[in-house]
Design a protein around this ligand. Structure first.
Ligand SMILES: [Zn+2]
Ligand SMILES: [Zn+2]
Length: 207
């Protein structure tokens, strides 16, 4: 599985499926799958071959369905580049990622893309343009300029609220719902529907 740099080009997970995934729906099953994938790849990152520490879920997209396809063992840096937007948000809003790390992970990912002739998905490209000032004249700015005419992927699909997860013969929809309370603040509630029915067990305040 080593050398799977094209993972960076795979379609980003649609917004509405961020909080519905096999890892959250069936944690013990998923951890077993992750372990199996790790063992199967000798604990090496499927993208770069470094030591794998995490698992990345993959899907086959056939709107409105995202069909769970499996888990790829990944190292921290490759995983950070796959979810570069989350790293960027973590730096911007939470201060849990340093600016140096954000630049390092970006540079590393772009170098791998150049070496393997891979254009990352529109979400990664877009995040790179937010991180990289045009004044930073280097390999990354050149890479971004070279790839500005890439089709933007499927933005309307990415943002569509109609996505459903197909997993273990069930159709899941929903996730985090924001509702405005009387005092004007927002409450966040986690609610999933399975095959069109609300799962009462999944209701309640999220953490
Ligand atoms: Zn890696
Ligand atoms: Zn992931």
């Amino acid at each position: 599985m080593e050398g799977y740099v094209s993972l960076f080009a795979s379609q980003p997970i649609p917004k509405d499926l961020y909080s519905i995934n096999p890892r959250l729906i069936e944690p013990s099953w998923w951890h077993g799958q992750r372990q199996w994938a790790m063992d199967n790849n000798k604990n090496l990152c499927g993208v770069c071959g470094a030591k794998a520490k995490e698992g990345h879920e993959t899907y086959i997209y056939d709107f409105p369905f995202a069909v769970y396809a499996g888990v790829v063992p990944v190292c921290k840096d490759c995983h950070a580049f796959v979810h570069l937007n989350l790293q960027y948000q973590a730096w911007l809003r939470l201060n849990t990622v340093s600016y140096e790390d954000l630049l390092r992970v970006s540079r590393r990912g772009v170098r791998m893309c150049i070496d393997h002739n891979v254009v990352p998905n529109s979400k990664i490209l877009h995040t790179l343009t937010r991180i990289w000032s045009p004044r930073m004249e280097d390999e990354v700015t050149k890479f971004l300029t070279d790839n500005t005419d890439q089709p933007p992927g499927l933005p309307w699909l990415y943002n569509s609220p109609n996505w459903r997860l197909y997993f273990h013969d069930n159709v899941y929809q929903g996730g985090l719902i924001r509702t405005r309370k009387r005092d004007g603040t927002f409450a966040r509630k986690f609610e999933i529907t399975i095959n069109g029915f609300t799962d009462s067990n999944s209701k309640g305040d999220s953490k």
